[in-house]
Write a protein that binds this ligand. Sequence first.
Ligand SMILES: O=c1nc[nH]c2c1ncn2[C@H]1C[C@H](O)[C@@H](COP(=O)(O)OP(=O)(O)OP(=O)(O)O)O1
Ligand SMILES: [Mg+2]
Length: 202
Amino acid sequence: MKTVLIATKNKGKAREFESLFALKGYKVLTLLDVPEAPDVEETGSSFEENAVIKAETISSQAGHFVIADDSGLIVDALDGRPGIYSARYAGEEKSDKANLEKVLAELKDVPEAKRTARFYCSLALASPNQETITVSGSVEGIILDEPRGENGFGYDSVFLVKDLGKSMAELTSDEKNQISHRAQALKKLESLLDTFLEREKL
Ligand SMILES: O=c1nc[nH]c2c1ncn2[C@H]1C[C@H](O)[C@@H](COP(=O)(O)OP(=O)(O)OP(=O)(O)O)O1
Ligand SMILES: [Mg+2]
């Protein structure tokens, strides 16, 4: 079976990539399967830069093509925060619960009409042999005033998907994988991936 290595240590992302790639007949490996993999420092100033840093660092170590995902929540009333700092918004220990509580506290007095937000995902595809490719996807929503739903990860329970009237955590994984920022970015990567993998053989 064809295998793809995703440079992530996030369990929620890993699960989603497993389902998304299963449809295309790929087995997914992540850095959770490589316990000795070092943390890559996200020193970039955009999602794209951080996705490229993660993908290029791990692909040069692995000697193999790699996909990395840098993603997060952009809240308009917070001037775009937490943005690229989404994972470490409430501190370096990276707690999903502390992060979403911090966002809710900051939006405490903000009315619904001004609670617009989006999830954004940048994917980078890198290999020691080729130029890195990036694609992105996003999904629009509104930040709820309290969590709703049990599925998903990260900020899903406080993100009301604009077109569905449900929080991202109220969607099944299949439903989320049809509309999410990650799914949309991956759709754009799909056709490029085939060409990229053909070139890897040259
Ligand atoms: O679909 C999503 N549903 C809810 N929350 C999400 C989603 N997608 C990203 N997020 C949040 C989680 C984390 O707070 C941050 C990603 O940060 P990001 O650096 O890309 O990932 P990470 O550090 O957790 O793992 P890694 O860098 O190893 O891929 O945005
Ligand atoms: Mg990270």
